[in-house]
Design a protein around this ligand. Structure first.
Ligand code: SF4
Ligand code: SF4
Ligand code: FES
Length: 246
């Protein structure tokens, strides 16, 4: 016989003018290897078909299921109830637009972020469909891939004090994207071009460095290292700019 779990779940439907933010409580018997995905699906199927939450891959790959689980952002599909106390409180991620209950629109935020920091390879080369693919040193490719593992779940943004206070702050995820392009030899941007994008108060100089982002990243991305490297590089760019050093 499993534990009796008590779920306190945030409810609000911004589409419904009569809806007011509140918490609903549901009881459930825990089963073996139960994840929050299984628990929420069971609640929706057996107790409340109107409950809104997002899942897609159920394997920690798509990033859709991030929510605040007992006060901490995490992926619900990878969270076992066994690792939680019997009383579980679920809230939607802050900062992102609420769709309803636990469902938020991370897609719009991430598209805007990627556009703002110009998150693509900048090159003057024209694309040649017939050309052989460019070779890259294996260890460098692996370093870049390490940063590419981000699933854009939004946990780091939700946990960031600066992002919670300031709508214009780009967040660790954006700085991780820039760090990835700075490593890429195909990207021809100069130090001062990167400086314009990220060497700002909305970028690396707005970061308080307390590393809530790295603490909660479900993919264990090395955000601390990347923020440190960026701060150093952008600091040098600022000095060069100030003293007109080429
Ligand atoms: S270290 Fe910077 S990006 Fe990370 S949570 Fe703190 S303020 Fe946000
Ligand atoms: S850096 Fe980590 S926490 Fe942030 S969006 Fe990517 S996977 Fe999620
Ligand atoms: S459902 Fe895809 S990461 Fe959880």
């Amino acid at each position: 016989m499993g534990r009796k779990l008590k779920f306190n779940i945030f409810r609000y439907n911004p589409q419904d003018p009569d809806s007011v933010p509140h918490t609903d409580t549901f009881q459930l018997e825990e089963t073996e290897s139960m994840t929050l995905f299984i628990a929420l699906t069971q609640i929706r199927e057996e107790q409340d078909p109107s409950l809104q939450f997002d899942f897609c891959c159920r394997a920690g790959i798509c990033g859709a299921c991030a929510m605040i689980i007992n006060g901490r952002p995490n992926l619900a599909c990878k969270t076992l109830t066994d690792d939680l106390p019997a009383e579980i409180t679920l809230m939607p991620l802050p900062i992102f637009k609420l769709i309803g209950d636990l469902s938020v629109d991370t897609g719009t935020w991430f598209r805007e972020m990627n556009e703002n920091v110009e998150s693509w390879v900048h090159t003057s080369k024209t694309f040649d469909l017939e050309a052989e693919e460019e070779r890259m040193d294996n260890s460098l490719a692996e370093e870049i891939y390490e940063l590419e593992r981000c699933v854009e779940c939004g946990c780091c943004v939700a946990a960031c004090g600066t992002a919670n206070m300031r709508e214009d702050f780009v967040g660790a995820v954006a700085m991780n994207r820039i760090a990835r392009f700075m490593m890429d030899p195909r990207d021809q941007r100069t130090g001062s071009e990167y400086f314009e994008v990220i060497g700002t108060d909305e970028g690396i100089f707005g970061c308080m460095g307390l590393l809530g982002c790295e603490d909660v990243c479900p993919k264990q991305l090395p955000l601390q290292d990347q923020l440190g490297i960026l701060r150093l590089k952008m600091g040098w760019s600022a000095i060069k700019h100030l003293f007109r050093i080429k």
